[in-house]
Design a protein around this ligand. Structure first.
Ligand code: GLC
Ligand code: CA
Length: 565
């Protein structure tokens, strides 16, 4: 084979890593109160490592009243007592490092909790030094009883909340309990840098930066296009000073450490991302998450389902690869704490094991840093809650109000929530088939999926052909074959509605990935120039992998990976 056209930018540790996301409340309960915690996490470090993981990203572990389950932070430098204390955290950090795993914290600085001491001070008077840490405006209308503009929260009604003691409204783009910080105030930026330093100096290896694209609001906070939810976003997503602030964080702090950063921001486009991640002097983030590959079965939101459209998904992957190629580094993920489980969506519950393996293969053999969400590696599935009282998340409750206005019945709404809400990914991790799935010794804080009797880590460990053991093989293969990390990416049969076929090339080594997204038998013919009989079948989710000429008839959700050297 010709030497590939792979440029290349720098080979760096974080590009080769596999990150495992822990959403602490539902991971493992170490002290028997029904809530996941740090002792529970500590007890599972060997397990996490065994999957082939090199780093853990912890969703917020900080003190929080849980208006948004940790994404409302009351103290950035202390651990939520529900999860343990600083000593336990240090034990977990050391435990990760001993096992060769890095640790990334969630950095949530678009907003704090209303319980944060800055906010409590800010409410005392307009002259309080902390008042200007937040975004305050006088009310509108004759007697000032109307909110300052028409923005709506993404999570909870309007975006403004009145505080009598200062006779002003504060802005909250998320729940009422999450007042937005005023990043235009240099003191706030100093605080952010101190938070970063605090954790990096302790030995933490980087950050996942929560809704980081929201931190700069357009001057004057103009009225928004009146859409029913999150109105105003056009005035604060990727706002005027965003790059400048990220550059300041980078230059003053991050650049001084060998640390990783991954930014999160809704509706992000390659053009915007490149501004932040292009390698060289202007780089301010190592990488970012994109979202559109998770929108191939829904319209605008996970809640509004449309039939899964493979071509749509493939286009997203191609778009991001093309944009990033030779410039910056991307991320690969299928699940996180904000979306329903993937196997229910892009795979098939009937072929749960086969399709979960196929999905991991098609995603993780592309180019990017890998992220796996807790429970994904055993193929956990979505919930079947019966009543609205069982739900926990503000978004669900907000949507209930919105959908009521559209005359959607409660019954229909619960069905939608069971498929579309992010609560689907937040059920306790299923460790074994014992009481409470081995997650806890008491009733967990949130619904356990009753399928834990069959779907659990212990069962997966015992089964050579489990999804878990397939993840291990897949990740090991990627580690041992640079082509899977740095190789280029070229698709075949782009118009196929059933197959995702791509190759990767690096220095004369070729990888061919075939993934079927249907239970139907599809005639796959190897693309011109590829002789399957010359390749080594390195990964597959079936035992029988005979060839039929230079191709094969696919079995349900079959995947095969051939290596050519
Ligand atoms: C991010 C988080 C999400 C959280 C929101 C507000 O999107 O991933 O879980 O609710 O930001 O912090
Ligand atoms: Ca606990």
């Amino acid at each position: 084979y010709e030497k590939s056209e792979v440029f290349f930018m720098q080979k760096t540790w974080y590009k080769e890593k596999v990150v495992y996301q822990v959403w602490p409340r539902s991971f493992c309960d170490g002290n028997g109160d029904g809530i996941g915690d740090l002792e529970g996490i500590y007890s599972k470090l060997d397990y996490i490592k065994s999957i082939g993981v090199d780093a853990i990203w912890f969703s917020p572990l900080f003190k929080s009243p849980n208006a948004d389950y940790g994404y409302d932070i009351a103290d950035y430098m202390d651990i939520n007592p529900e999860y343990g204390d600083m000593d336990t955290f240090k034990k977990v950090l050391a435990g990760c490092h001993e096992r060769g795993m890095r640790v990334f914290m969630d950095l949530v600085v678009n907003h704090t909790s209303t319980e944060h001491k800055w906010f409590k001070e800010a409410c005392k008077s307009v002259d309080n030094p902390y008042h200007d840490y937040y975004i305050w405006r006088k009310g509108k209308g004759k007697n000032g009883k109307k909110p300052p503009n028409n923005w709506l929260s993404t999570f909870e009604g309007g975006a403004w909340e009145y505080v009598e003691s200062v006779d002003e409204y504060y802005l909250h783009v998320f729940t009422k309990g999450q007042p937005d910080l005023n990043m235009d105030n240099p003191k706030v930026r100093e605080e952010v840098k101190n938070i970063m330093k605090f954790w990096l100096d302790m030995g933490v290896d980087g950050f996942r930066e929560d809704v980081i694209t929201y931190i700069s609001k357009r001057e004057g906070l103009p009225n928004a296009i009146p859409i029913p939810v999150a109105a105003g976003m056009e005035h604060y997503n990727c706002g005027p000073h965003l790059y400048e602030y990220l550059k300041e964080f980078h230059d003053d702090v991050l650049s001084k450490y060998d640390c990783f950063t991954v930014g999160e921001g809704p509706l992000i486009t390659p053009e915007k991302v490149l501004r932040f991640v292009t390698e060289g002097d202007t780089q301010v983030l190592k990488t970012m998450f994109s979202f559109d590959h998770l929108e191939a079965d829904c319209f605008m939101t996970d809640w509004i389902k449309i039939p899964f459209n493979l071509k749509k998904m493939k286009k997203c992957y191609q778009k991001w690869y093309d944009a990033m190629n030779g410039k910056g580094w991307h991320t690969l993920y299928l699940e996180n704490h904000d979306h329903p489980r993937i196997v229910d969506r892009y795979g098939s519950l009937k072929y749960r094991v086969e399709s979960a393996k196929m999905l991991a293969t098609m995603c993780y053999l592309q180019r990017g840093t890998i992220f796996i969400y807790q429970g994904q590696e055993i193929g956990m599935t979505n919930i079947e809650l019966k009543s609205i009282d069982e739900f926990k998340d503000m978004i669900t409750f907000n949507n209930q109000i919105l959908f009521k206005k559209l005359h959607i019945s409660d019954e229909k709404f619960i069905k939608m929530a069971n498929r579309g809400s992010r609560e689907n990914s937040r059920t306790p991790v299923q460790w074994n088939d014992g009481p409470y799935a081995g997650f806890s010794t008491v009733e967990p804080w949130f619904n356990l999926n009753p399928n834990y009797k069959e779907i659990n880590v212990a069962a997966a460990e015992a089964d050579e052909n489990s999804i878990l053991n397939y993840y291990r093989k897949l990740l090991k293969f990627r580690k041992e074959n640079e082509v899977a990390i740095y190789g280029d990416f070229k698709q075949y049969y782009k118009n196929s509605k059933e197959l995702f076929v791509y190759e990767r090339n690096l220095d004369g080594v070729k990888l061919l990935v075939v993934a079927s997204f249907t239970e139907n038998a599809v005639d796959f013919k190897a693309p011109d120039g590829i002789d399957l009989s010359k390749g080594e079948l390195v990964l597959t989710n079936y035992n029988d992998s005979a060839l039929n000429g230079n191709g094969f008839k696919t079995k349900p959700y079959e995947t095969r990976v051939y290596l050519f050297k």
